[in-house]
Structures are given as C-alpha cells and as structure tokens.
Design a protein around this ligand. Structure first.
Ligand code: GAL
Length: 334
C-alpha cells in the first residue's frame, strides 16, 4: 500500500481553476456497452454537484478520432482531461498534448501506457481476472483424467485491462494447466469487445471441438452475450458455463435465468463519482492522496483502485439489487 501524492501540474494556482467553474474534458472510447453510458452519467452528475462542467466526446473505438477529440477538448479550454482509452498505447499522445497545454490527465478505468499520466482510477483488473477464472475452477470438476475444458474469449487486444484480466486468469489457470487438470481448448481476442467477434470465436471452437468443452471464460458481458448466441445455436445453453463482467442488465437477467453463470459487479457509480471528484481536484490544483500505484511502462502512476464482486444467481439480491444498481423487477421481470 503506498500513499502517493499527486502534485498539481501547471494550470491554475492551487484551489482555483482558470475559469469561474472548472471545466473537465471527458474523452470516451465508446458508449456501446451499457456500462459506459452509466459511467458518463454518474461522472457528469457528480462533477456538477462539485460545481464543475464536463464536455464529453466519444470516439466510437477509433484512435484517430480519439486524438482529434482530445485536441478539440483542449482547444475548447479545459482544466483537466479524463480519458477512457480505446488503445492504451495510442493515447500516450493525448497525455503529451494535454501536458503541453498545462492540463493534467486522469486515465479512467483503462490504463494509458508509456506516458506521464497524472492519475489512474479503475478497478483492480488483475483481481477481475482472478475472480473470473477462480469461479470456473471452484465450481467445475477438474482432474487429470477428466480435465476442465475452457474456451477463452478475451476482450480487445488494444485494451490494457484485457492484459490484466488475462494476467489474473493465467495466475489461477497456470498451475492447473501444467498439471493437466485444465485445458484451454480455444483462446482468442474479441476485436473491440464486439459480441459478434465473440460469437465467431465460439463458433470456431464448436467447429473444431463440437461440444467438447465445459466453459467459456468470457471477459465481459458483451462478449458473454455473443458466446451464448453461439451456444444457443448448438443447443448448448445451460450446458456450458459462461463468465462475464460489468453486471449489464441483460447479463443479470441471463444470470437470473441460469444462462450465464456469473458476472463481475464493479462499483461503477462509485468509480465514476470518485473519478469526477479527483478530476475536479486535478482541475483546481488540489492535492490528491492515491493509495495505490500502477506501473504503466513510463512511471509508477498514482492510482485509486476499487475491488469487485462476483455476482451469481445466489447473490443477485444481496449485491446489485441491494445496491440499487439494478431493480428486482428489471432483473427478474414481471
Ligand atoms: C474494459 C472494462 C470492462 C468492459 C470492457 C468493454 O476496459 O474494464 O469493464 O466494459 O472494457 O467496454
């Protein structure tokens, strides 16, 4: 546990923004997954409560557009930049552009690599992967004689989170793979997190192995949905255990029906609210205490990381419903 202090960068003297109300630029990769719409809404709401304005841009998963979005935000005059990077490597350019204008940068949810990022706010993404893989290992039998056969659907290769999910998953599966108790019968990346890319991966796995697998280790609920479509076409729904992440409402409904085994509930409203609070502090040059740090290849970035919760059919009511993240009616239907 470290106590990193994020020092104000250039910009306004401590305690004031360059303008009457701090202005925060929020550059999103995409709004296609439901969670990002929730992150955006919670971020804008919290920033507004703190007297700050937020200008939002979404890049539709296009790196060139995301850099152009950042340039437009900087030109419009902002006191802090918050980025959900489509490509953590490509968005180092956003950090350099922002710092050239004396604007601090908060990397949100996905780590921008190899750049002088001021602050990183996310969940503990290695633990996300650990919990996804551990769910399969803890709930499904695996012996040398009858190994647990897994099809893995990773997310977008450009998203550094996926490398951390994979790191967590591999830390659980590695020893069992060596002992022959687990087999990865298929393993691929779903481009830009597209559900249709996930469906193609599971279709290919079925072509190659028929129903010769026991689980799909899907990295998020969107790819889980694509995987489940492929399973449904082969009558394998409910026979193959499927993981996910994000607690998307459609995924919670699948979990309630037993079609998807689990998802990962990230405290997205808390994450977005905290992100907004820290962005306002960056914008007004207030000191920030960050309890964690993450090496992004260029520096140890001060970080605020939240833990996550495994949601299954058994604990839906005690987690996402109790938190008000989803309603009983929405999850279970009429
Ligand atoms: C990841 C994020 C996941 C999931 C995915 C798809 O970076 O950590 O929660 O939402 O993007 O957008």
């Amino acid at each position: 546990m470290t106590l990193g202090l994020v020092l104000a960068r250039g910009g306004a003297p401590a305690g004031e923004a360059k303008r009457a109300r701090p202005r925060i630029g929020l550059s999103l990769d995409t709004l296609k997954e439901a969670r990002w719409q929730g992150d955006r809404d919670a971020f804008v709401k919290r920033a507004g409560e703190l007297g700050a304005d937020v200008v939002v841009q979404s890049a539709n998963s296009d790196d060139v557009k995301q850099v152009a979005d950042v340039k437009a935000l900087l030109t419009s005059g902002i006191d802090a930049l918050v980025v959900v990077a489509h490509d953590g490597a490509a968005m180092g350019e956003a950090v350099r552009l922002a710092h050239a204008s004396g604007v601090p940068v908060l990397s949100y949810d996905r780590l921008i690599r190899d750049a002088d990022v001021d602050l990183f706010v996310s969940c503990d993404n290695v633990r996300v992967g650990i919990k996804q893989a551990a769910y399969l290992v803890e709930h499904l039998p695996h012996t040398r004689e009858k190994p647990l056969r897994i099809v893995r659907v990773l997310g977008a290769r450009t998203d550094y989170n996926v490398h951390q999910f994979k790191q967590g998953q591999d830390s659980v599966l590695g020893p069992l793979l060596e002992r022959g108790e687990v087999k990865l019968v298929f393993d691929d990346w779903a481009e830009d997190w597209k559900p249709e890319a996930a469906k193609r991966i599971v279709n290919a796995a079925i072509t190659q192995h028929g129903d010769g697998f026991d689980a799909v280790l899907a990295a998020n609920d969107g790819t889980a949905g694509g995987a489940i479509q492929a399973l449904e076409e082969e009558g394998l729904t409910g026979k193959v255990v499927v993981t996910g992440q994000d607690a998307d409402l459609v995924a919670l409904q699948r979990v309630a029906r037993g079609v998807q085994a689990m998802t990962i509930y990230k405290p997205l409203r808390t994450l977005a609210g905290k992100g907004a609070e820290l962005a306002v502090k960056l914008a007004t040059g207030m000191p920030i205490v960050a309890r964690d740090e993450v090496d992004n290849g260029a520096r140890k970035v001060p970080a605020v990381l939240f833990d996550v919760t495994v949601v299954t059919r058994e604990n839906l009511r005690e987690t996402v419903i109790a938190d008000g993240f989803a309603s009983e009616q929405a999850v279970y239907g009429p």
